[in-house]
Design a protein around this ligand. Sequence first.
Ligand code: HAM
Length: 411
Amino acid sequence: MIQAPRGTSDVLGEDALARERVAAEARAILERAGFARIETPTFEATELFAPGVGEATDVVQKEMYTFDDGGGDSLTLRPEGTAPVCRAYVEHGMHKLPQPVKLWYVSTFFRRERPQAGRYRQFWQVGAEAIGSDDPAVDAECILLLGELLEALGCRDVTLVVGSLGSPEAREEYRTELRAHLRAHEDRLSGDVRARIDSNPLRAFDAKDPGTRQVMHDAPRLLDRLPADDLDHFAEVRALLDEAGQAYEIDTTLVRGLDYYTRTLFEYQSGTLDAAQNALGGGGRYDRLIEQIGGPRTPGMGWAAGVERMLMAAPAQPVAPAPLDLYVAYAKPEHKAAAFRLAADARRAGHPARLELGGRSLKGQLKQADRAGARYVAILGDEGTSLKDMETGEQREVETGTVMHHITQGL
Ligand code: HAM
């Protein structure tokens, strides 16, 4: 039998309802803060992601689902949402709107990662992007909003870590210094880190092997090298978080898997998840991204959070069964058309209603109605229609045309 591809899964029953709850909480929280919904296409031109996400990142080097569309164009299933939202911002001339433009999404994303708990090849993210302002208050507001979402969902054991990467210029100087440090200890580094000393030395802070970790322990820190304006920006973000009573830790080694970040960087982590993928969500500022994908220089800030991971960190909510006002049963095939019409009329009038579709005996139908939690059961037979109130057990003969009236009155 053919199965769903590795790292993907069908979303069924309570899982589907839980995801809807995440989307509903996100909508309520983000729309209250002025974010409007955006949905970008599932695939994009491949060249959006290399300059956007970064040539030297794992996402671009190993994880993208890229294909030739048969017409000579190379397309890629979106591995993340920030570059697509920035593309849409430029494409639709959103710089003409009052800035910042605030957009949110809940969508599927695709990365060819090694599947494990909390890491999938198709996964859902809730994301928020605020484009067009470099005010540190935008950073603080975005950070708080993700915190609010995690709290509303009841995610457990959550910590916020923040850091700053400064401007690309400041980072370039620091990179040179860091490369020298890595070269001086090259023999103790993992092969992966060694291969990226030139292209992406900062990723060494993310390495898990003990040798590299030891070398990184003594490495110079970017935060100690930032110029005054970057430090001021970071100080104001922190002051606003303090003002709002949001607790956080400063992580001088925080690096994220995407290259577009400038200045503020943050992540909410949960102790309930495995250390290797304990990030519920995170993001940061990306003041050069729009320029990198061919637009005018425009600052931006945002985050994305994994829906599956947030649900793993949150207690399961009891799910109430869907209400069913009317179950329409019928005794013989000749009553089927009238039964069909009654169920359709009830639904059109706004009542959840179901018709027997499984070819059950009348007894089987009544059992099914009970199991489904129907409030009323209409039974169509030779002698007319009888309506049973499943709560009181009362049953009476009624005109088929008045069933709706009785239900509405009873409810
Ligand atoms: P990211 O850190 O790559 O950032 O992903 C954000 C979140 O998506 C992660 O913290 C994690 O919860 C979830 N996630 C990522 N990959 C997977 C996976 N393979 N399986 C399950 N969940 C996953 C971004 O995507 C940026 N676009 C965030 C951002 C928005 N930065 C600025 N604006």
